[in-house]
Design a binder for this molecule. Structure first.
Ligand code: ME8
Length: 579
């Protein structure tokens, strides 16, 4: 059936009831880094993202805003979700909306096939439904409400009351798949990652699955059940199918065979839908299950999952307007172990920006290129005889390429970045130890100076190629300054150290200009409405210098107060550092 030769990677399709926050952007960036990495390594790659537009949650939001759900979805996709992809420089190959015809028609086809195969029956259901999750909840999923919901049972994720529903619906025989799923998890131990998510799901399935209600009758914002148009398809059943309807299922067999199965990057909150319901649906339809489901951790605010419903959402452009999209991408990929939770803080972002991007990487690039310009009029010198230190740089260069690629194959993006940073540190140590500025003063050491700058330039080019999937804009600028041949995204990543230059460097503006953080600034707090994007943090006074040392890599940082995390400090870019 499917040849599975492609690297087909997906994000969840996001609900359009509201605008994106940095949690959604985090998933997008992670999937994008993986997609860019594989693409640049020469693997046939396809990256899908999109929006989830049906269901009660969207219907209620649209109604509350006095428009039809389709009008609402169109507005949000156009003004918020598509622009997000530009804000954080996402290289998706496709964008699916569940209101696309290619999706709606083929959801019906899929459902009809399951119905014809006997996997669907009519039944009664009574249970507690959380509209925020779009899911029936078990009593164990509920907690005691606080504040205005004191005395009521609320959803543990949304902290809002659940609704008691009693409906006559169509059911999917999911219980048939308890054992096949357990067999799948055992035969393919990396099917669900990371280990913590896998363990939770395996123990959940071991308790035995119940059948799943897959239609709703009390509202009509959804895809009609093909044999009974008084029902619409349950929003999760509809949404999960996006991964195959976008890949050609039902209308382009060749494309589908080439792409499917996919690697799904999702937040751990929805890993169960992807690792239980989704493979069960696929098995019932006789299709391959996904290659892998990776449930990443949550961005926390005040120790809780950052979320719009709790007003702790931070708009991605609050960060990118000041720090830029590269810094956004680098920060979230390096500061949080992919798979674990992490707390966002403005202080940590500023500190890492300054120490790692501006000083560690950007300054290294500027200095080396400036020296080639100054001492050799921009011509990259031919090296003389190599010494141990030069060999060592070359060895590190090769090793980190392999190590980073190996880490990416395990989706350990943070590990790939720490490997790459070994080369940044090695090159900085090399320049400090070799003191090319001192060599330049002694004509008899010209050959040594040539070797040192040649070695440093080679290392910088390798860094540019390796960092291109993470900080694409900065990498492309550096590439141009190094006289890199062709487009950097065409340079084979797994042999990055073979990169080619036309032999001449060009002046390089600072890749990461210095940014001043002003303590006590009163930046925007929670999310704004979709038609009124959050303003950029306002410049303010007095200035306090940004911390100069990196915060320890710590994905389990203690909770900050909500205010501290959601309020941006007042920050502004200052004139480029001339060093
Ligand atoms: O669940 N930290 O959509 P959704 C990290 N439509 N990631 C976060 C996050 C946080 N605090 N908050 C959200 C849905 N996310 C369904 C998906 S797929 C067939 C249907 C990210 O808009 C994370 O990826 O509620 C999470 O899984 C997703 O947004 C939920 O997005």
């Amino acid at each position: 059936m499917s040849d599975g030769s492609s690297f087909y990677i997906t994000t969840p399709i996001f609900y359009v009831n509201d605008v994106p926050h940095i949690g959604h952007a985090y998933t997008e960036v992670a999937a994008d880094v993986l997609a860019r990495w594989h693409r640049q390594a020469g693997d046939p790659t396809w990256f899908l993202t999109g929006t989830d537009e049906h269901g009660q949650k969207i219907l209620r939001t649209a109604t509350a805003n006095g428009v039809s759900p389709k009008e609402w979805a169109d507005r949000l996709v156009e003004t918020a979700w598509q622009p997000l992809l530009k804000t954080i420089n996402i290289s998706n190959d496709d964008f699916i909306r569940t209101t696309d015809e290619r999706h709606e028609v083929n959801v019906q086809l899929f459902l009809q096939r399951l119905f014809d195969a006997g996997y669907i029956y009519t039944g009664e259901y009574e249970g507690f439904y959380c509209v925020g999750c779009e899911e029936y909840k078990q009593p164990s999923d509920l907690v005691d409400g606080t504040g205005q919901y004191e005395g009521q049972q609320v959803c543990a994720i949304h902290s809002k009351p659940v609704e008691l529903l009693q409906e006559r619906n169509y059911f999917f025989r999911m219980s048939d798949f308890t054992q096949p799923l357990l067999d799948l998890y055992e035969a393919n131990p990396t099917f669900i990652q990371p280990e913590s998510v896998r363990n939770e799901i395996v123990s959940f399935v071991k308790q035995g699955l119940t059948d799943l209600s897959i239609s709703r009758q009390t509202f009509d914002w959804g895809i009609k059940v093909p044999w009974d148009d008084t029902h619409v398809v349950y929003v999760w059943f509809d949404a999960l199918l996006n991964y195959i309807t976008a890949a050609g299922y039902g209308y382009d067999d060749e494309k589908f065979e080439k792409l499917w199965p996919a690697t799904h990057i999702v937040g751990k909150d929805i890993a169960r839908f992807h690792a239980v319901i989704w493979p069960a649906m696929l098995m019932a339809a006789g299709l391959d299950v996904p290659k892998q489901v990776f449930g990443h951790g949550w961005l926390l605010v005040g120790g809780e999952k950052m979320s719009k419903s709790k007003l702790t959402g931070i708009a991605p452009n609050q960060i990118t307007d000041t720090f830029g999209s590269d810094a956004f991408r680098y920060y979230f990929m390096s500061a949080i172990n992919f798979g674990q939770d992490g707390s966002f803080s403005w202080e940590d972002l500023s500190a890492r920006y300054q120490a790692e991007l501006a000083n560690g990487f950007g300054n290294l690039a500027s200095r080396v290129i400036a020296m080639v310009n100054r001492y050799f009029d921009g011509e990259i010198p031919d090296p003389g005889i190599s010494e141990g230190a030069d060999e060592r740089v070359r060895t590190v260069e090769r090793r980190v390429v392999d190590d980073a690629d190996e880490a990416i194959s395990r989706l350990a993006i943070h590990e790939a970045l720490s490997s790459i940073w070994e080369l940044v540190d090695e090159l900085n140590g090399y320049i400090t130890a070799q003191e090319p500025w001192a060599l330049a003063k002694k004509p008899e050491l010209q050959d040594r100076l040539k070797t040192v700058l040649f070695t440093a330039i080679r290392g910088l080019g390798t860094l540019a190629v390796l960092l291109s999937p993470v900080v694409p804009d900065a990498a492309a600028k550096l590439w141009t300054a190094l006289g890199g041949v062709g487009d950097i995204t065409d340079v084979a990543l797994r042999t990055a150290y073979h990169w080619e230059t036309d032999g001449k460097v060009w002046p390089l503006e600072p890749l990461f200009p210095r940014i001043e953080t002003i303590e006590g600034g009163d930046g925007p707090g929670s999310q704004s409405a979709p038609d009124a994007p959050a303003p950029a943090p306002a410049p303010g006074t007095p200035a306090a210098s940004a911390p100069s040392t990196p915060a320890a890599a710590d994905s389990n940082r203690g909770p900050e107060s909500r205010d501290a995390a959601t309020k941006a400090p007042a920050v502004h870019a200052v004139a480029p550092d001339a060093s």
